[in-house]
Design a protein around this ligand. Sequence first.
Ligand code: PMP
Ligand code: GLU
Length: 401
Amino acid sequence: MRTRAAARFGAVQPSATYAVFDMVARLRARGADVVDLGGGDPDFDTADHVVDEAVGALRGGFTHYTPSRGLPGLLEAVSEKLAEDNGVVVDAADGVVVTPSAKHALFAALVTVLDPGDELLVPTPSWVSYTEMARLIGARPVQVPLDGADGFRITAELLERHVSPRTKALLVNSPNNPTGRSLTAEEAGAISRFAVEHDVLLITDEIYEKILYDGRSHLSLAAVPGCADRTITVNGFSKGHAMTGWRLGYAAGPPDLMAQLLKVVQHTVGCTASFVQRGGIAALTGPQEPVEEMTAQYAARRDLLVRGLNSLPGVSCSPPEGAFYAFADVRGTGFADSASFAEWLLREAEVAVMPGSAFGPGGEGFVRLSFATSPKVLRTALDRMGRAAADRMQGALADRG
Ligand code: PMP
Ligand code: GLU
């Protein structure tokens, strides 16, 4: 039928994270008092100096198209940031492309490197959009299930088991959504050797780079020996700078790939919003204390949530190393799967979480709880979970008796 969407959409799932966002909004509109630990949207407002810069730009008539690659000042700031923070060397003139969101940078990167039928390796559990982006462009996502018992470690053996002659690229996300893992030098070494040996491109999603705990530092794959000329680094402002609503991100990498990626931007969005880019310059070149302060607060929230989760019967949670999600093992709670656990929690405690199954193989048996929300909300969620768990135990005892 000609009135139908393209056949490849048959395999594309809607976004599981947006499904939870939308469900929470619907329930709240009906008056339900839902505590939302579902989505990863910081409760912090964007820093004042960033807002002031964008508002000033708007007031000053900075309301036109910009060069499609991005404002020269932002390209410079990104190139400097990558060199200083990450040890990644890219020229502002031809190694960076600014995009409306990291999500669009990822999509543009995948469109740039994948032909229909090409395979994209995605270690899972993984953020919900990678596999579906690949499917949207007719490529084949190949999931590489990581083992929770092994700390969701990426190993050469696992990658080797899933590589094929059609493997074009490997997508790595660190710090990781949903597991909270951050890449070790050993894993990076294994990835680099694998990529060189099999001539595979690397796409690295570093959006949670600024949110790391316990003194850890971020490792960028493009800075690992052997990787620079085969890596597209994707990053953005949503998480570290609390700028989700601004939609601002970038891709950086080899100039020939960036020249092709630029065509995707030119033919889809043209350029990123002018005043938003001005805010981005302020975020990168202005004071970084707001970023550090938010991360310190996430660390305290992490401790509060993880402690509370571990005191619930049948739940166990290791502290995440980065990002703002607790990935809790709920296999001991007696529920059939993570979706039934999440449904029960929403019904009985009015607490919204993401079932681990939404993040692909390796995620079943876990639920993801976002702590990009205030300690007060986290305490309420934990109280409610504790009460629901106690009621359930009472109910089970009564049934037996
Ligand atoms: N990557 C990961 C792992 C994410 O969790 C998100 C959050 N939506 C993104 C990319 C996209 O970020 P944004 O599009 O808001 O820049
Ligand atoms: N990254 C966030 C999350 O995983 C926001 C939603 C999305 O873009 O998928 O909840």
